[in-house]
Write a protein that binds this ligand. Structure first.
Ligand SMILES: *Cc1c(COP(=O)(O)O)cnc(C)c1O
Length: 416
């Protein structure tokens, strides 16, 4: 459920007509809905209810500090994958102690910054990293809280590029090595074992892979308990899917029910790291039709947003709903269009074969663009990145102005 609605043929973001924002801010432009972000966060928080838990929003889905700040005010924790994301969490008023640091290649300076900020946990992805964290912590007189991120070898049944829990993926520690590494971690002087973690992939549309992963984790949890290494928390990662087209992912409630059922009476804190499920349907990308191009075999709507603004269709052949911001009183004929950007790549499309009654200069909205939208955007083709706007009921604010062309190369230098 989100707060983008069509009223009398016109798209609204909460109480604000999208066309009003586009007129003031220009296009392309991302629009986020505060109420939707909050609703989705609460859905997870309420679903886990009495089960001790921490919701750690995955910053990489949408790392704008205004988005992080909205969630921080609800009491959210954060899942980060770089020192840059840690800096954003702190700038947004997030609590480092509720922050979890994931990723296969943490830099020494990032590890030190995270220790100084007293983050909640490092999710360790290899033996080498465990040693590195111990060494840095020891040298600077810190105790590093850690969980081992295991690779439970379950098939998330999602796009191969966003599948992370198979044994051939680069992520996590192989199940055959996990017990040995916990025993080793227990001997390291500057390491404190806090928990166990996994993250099996993104855009999952059934609970079964999560349940399979949890079963593997509980096996280790129980074994460790018996060996005198009790864990404080189980982190099941993110990955709950959203509806882009016809998908019917489990609700946070169904997901939480499945978790609770399998936990039984174990007293352990559950950590979840949802990113997409919170942010995707809380954002749209607005673009203007530059021109319609009718070829003998294809019709194209060339728009002012491209793959540099929203990479998902080019990268994963992802499907996003595309709709006119305002319906015409006397609509032109519906035509099957490929919606393409101005970038010089054949992969530069936002949607294919969409039946639309549109004219040049019309505004289009690309739905479900709040996650992995702006954060994956680039300056390819020397295109300034889009403006970002947040709506809060009938109020809206530009939270990041459109980049200017001069700034794109202001720090570039010529040879003497
Ligand atoms: C990307 C990522 C997430 C978030 O995944 P979503 O599918 O957006 O929920 C959570 N945890 C880790 C470790 C990640 O890499």
């Amino acid at each position: 459920m989100d707060f983008f609605t069509v009223r009398n043929g016109e798209l609204y973001a909460e109480e604000v007509p999208v066309a009003v924002i586009a007129k003031e801010v220009g296009t392309p432009c991302y629009i986020y809905s505060r109420a939707t972000l909050e609703r989705h966060w609460h859905a997870f928080n309420t679903a886990l209810g009495d089960t001790p838990h921490t919701i750690c929003y995955a910053v990489k889905a949408n790392s704008h500090i205004a988005v992080l700040n909205v969630l921080a005010r609800l009491g959210s924790g954060f899942d980060i994958v770089s020192g840059g994301e840690l800096a954003r969490v702190i700038a947004a008023g997030g609590d480092p102690r509720k922050t979890i640091f994931s990723g296969v290649g943490k830099l020494p300076q990032e590890i030190l910054a995270a220790l100084k900020a007293q983050i909640g946990c490092f999710n360790v992805e290899s033996e080498a990293e465990l040693q590195l964290i111990n060494d840095i912590a020891q040298q600077h007189h810190y105790i590093a809280p850690i969980a081992l991120r295991v690779n439970p070898n379950v098939d998330a049944k999602t796009h191969p590029y966003i599948s992370t829990g198979l044994k051939e993926n680069k992520f996590g520690i192989d199940m055959s090595d996990v017990m040995r590494l916990y025993q080793y971690a227990a001997t390291l002087p500057s390491i404190k074992i806090e928990g166990i973690a996994c993250h099996i992939g993104s855009q999952l549309t059934s609970t079964q892979p999560f349940v399979d992963a949890l079963a593997e984790i509980l096996r280790i949890y129980d074994d460790l308990q018996q060996q005198g290494i009790p864990l404080e928390h189980i982190d099941l990662g993110g990955g709950l899917g959203v509806t882009y087209q016809q998908e019917t992912p489990p609700s946070p409630e169904d997901y939480a029910k499945a978790i609770k059922h399998h936990l039984g009476d174990r007293k352990v804190n559950i950590v979840l790291e949802p990113g997409r499920a919170i942010a995707a349907n809380a954002g749209i990308l607005i673009t203007q039709v530059l021109l319609l191009k009718h070829q003998p075999h294809k019709n194209f709507a060339v728009v002012d947003a491209g793959m540099n603004d929203l990479l998902r269709p080019a990268l994963y052949e992802a499907w996003h709903q595309i709709l006119p911001v305002k319906a015409h009183a006397n609509p032109p004929e519906k035509v099957l269009y490929d919606i393409v950007g101005p970038v010089c790549e054949t992969a530069d499309f936002l949607g294919k074969e969409r039946s639309l009654a549109i004219k040049a200069q019309d505004l289009l909205a690309i739905r479900s663009a709040g996650a992995y939208g702006f954060t994956m955007s680039s300056n390819y083709n020397t295109r300034a990145r889009a403006a970002e706007v947040m709506v809060d009921k009938d109020y809206y604010q530009v939270i990041r102005p459109r980049e200017t062309i001069e700034n794109l190369f202001a720090s570039e230098r010529l040879l003497p």
